[in-house]
Structure formats: structure tokens, C-alpha cells
Write a protein that binds this ligand. Structure first.
Ligand code: COA
Length: 193
């Protein structure tokens, strides 16, 4: 696809974020059923293409959830990132992310997508606080969240059952003033640290 015809909502250093379309449904179905991907997220039941189609059709139907596709600059769909449960009175939300193309894990794509999403959350939506939650065993997700500025606010002990045992859920939170110095560094150097 040429860059002219491509839909871009947010533009990072190495990714673009855009709305999902119906043509993404088979890829979404593959990701959500993949055991290596779903071990890190809440999904435990098999998901049909019809269920994914309904999910895509519902996107954008309220002002509480904003979900965007993550694409490489070459236009390859690699993941999904969202702002969920937006509370417009308290100005609090929760972020979530899945890079479904596993060969793109640990290469900075999640960090780039998260940093531009946080720019949108703080500087466009004017939200006050961003939360997230990570399973204790998901070291990569915890690491990239901490690199983006999220602070550990608490632990829910034995909150998640996975792979035959209970795991702690780590609760994270982030304010604009904690994120801003990291964003300024990231814009200058391309590194969050
Ligand atoms: C979590 C996720 C979005 C992160 O995106 P990503 O592109 O893989 O992450 P990045 O490459 O930007 O950053 C990962 C960081 O974690 C580090 N990391 C990778 N594997 C790690 C491990 N096993 N232990 C500790 N740190 C690890 C990387 O070194 C990197 O830190 P660095 O900047 O110091 O090098 C992505 O891996 C993913 O979608 N995973 C599967 C689904 C998932 O876990 N979703 C989140 C649920 S809370």
C-alpha cells in the first residue's frame, strides 16, 4: 500500500496507529487464539472470526474506549493498543496493548506506540491519570511500562490463575508530570532512558 492511501491517526518514530478495519479481522483472530500471545491477556476462551468481527464493528461506538491498530512504517499490522474505561469526570483511564506478531516483541515497537498514545492521552484528551495492570510473570510488559514512566501502585496477590497456579497482578499508574521528562528525552534521542 502506498503511503498516500494509508490511514494514519497517530505517528511515532517506528510505528503508526490507525483505526481497525474489517480486513484486519483474520489477523486479529489469529493473535487472540495464539497461546503464546493470550497467556499475557485476559482471553481464555477460543475466539471465532465472527466474534472478532462484532468486536471491530463495536469500536468507536462510545467515548469510553479508544482502540487503535499498530502498524510498522511499512504498513504491516503488528498489534493493537487501547485506552479503556475512560472516566471523563475523574479523568482516569486504563491502557492495554498486544503486539500479536511475536517476532516484533522486544524491538521497541511497543514502547514507540505507548509513547505516542500517552502523548495523545495527556496532550489531546487531557486525561489526568493513566492506569495499567500486568501479570507478575510478564516481565517484558512490566519493563516497558516502567520505562514509559508508569509507577507501581500496588499488588493484588494471587489474583490471576494461569498455567496451573495463581499469580500476582501488578497495578500501575502514571501522571503527566512523571511521563513528560521521558517524552522530551524520547523525542530528542529516540530512547526512553
Ligand atoms: C508487552 C508488549 C506490548 C511490549 O511491547 P514490545 O515492543 O515487546 O516492548 P519493547 O521492545 O518496546 O520493550 C520491552 C522492554 O522489555 C525488555 N524485556 C524484554 N524481555 C524481557 C524479559 N524477559 N525480562 C525483562 N525485560 C524484558 C526489553 O529489553 C525492553 O527493555 P529495554 O528498552 O530496556 O530494552 C509486547 O511485548 C506484547 O504485546 N506482548 C504480548 C502481549 C502482552 O504481554 N500484552 C501486555 C499485557 S499487560
Amino acid at each position: 500500500m502506498t503511503s498516500d492511501s494509508r490511514v494514519v491517526f497517530l505517528s511515532g518514530r517506528i510505528v503508526n496507529l490507525r483505526p481497525f478495519s474489517r480486513t484486519d479481522i483474520p489477523t486479529l483472530t489469529r493473535w487472540i487464539n495464539d497461546p503464546e500471545v493470550r497467556q499475557f491477556i485476559a482471553s481464555v476462551l477460543p475466539q471465532t472470526e465472527q466474534q472478532e468481527e462484532k468486536w471491530v464493528e463495536k469500536l468507536g461506538s462510545d467515548d469510553k474506549d479508544i482502540v487503535l491498530a499498530i502498524e510498522t512504517k511499512e504498513g504491516l499490522l503488528i498489534g493493537s493498543m487501547g485506552v479503556h474505561g475512560i472516566n471523563w469526570k475523574d479523568r482516569v483511564c486504563t491502557t492495554g496493548a498486544v503486539i500479536g506478531e511475536k517476532e516484533y516483541w522486544g524491538r521497541g515497537f511497543g514502547t514507540d506506540a505507548k509513547m505516542v498514545l500517552l502523548d495523545y492521552i495527556f496532550n489531546t484528551l487531557n486525561l489526568h491519570k493513566v492506569c495499567s495492570a500486568v501479570y507478575m510473570f510478564n516481565k517484558r510488559s512490566l519493563q516497558y511500562s516502567l520505562h514509559c514512566g508508569y509507577q507501581i501502585e500496588g499488588e493484588r496477590r494471587e489474583h490471576v490463575f494461569r498455567d496451573g497456579q495463581y499469580w500476582t497482578l501488578i497495578e500501575l499508574g502514571l501522571f503527566k508530570e512523571e511521563w513528560l521528562p521521558i517524552w522530551e528525552r524520547y523525542q530528542k534521542t529516540g530512547s526512553v532512558r
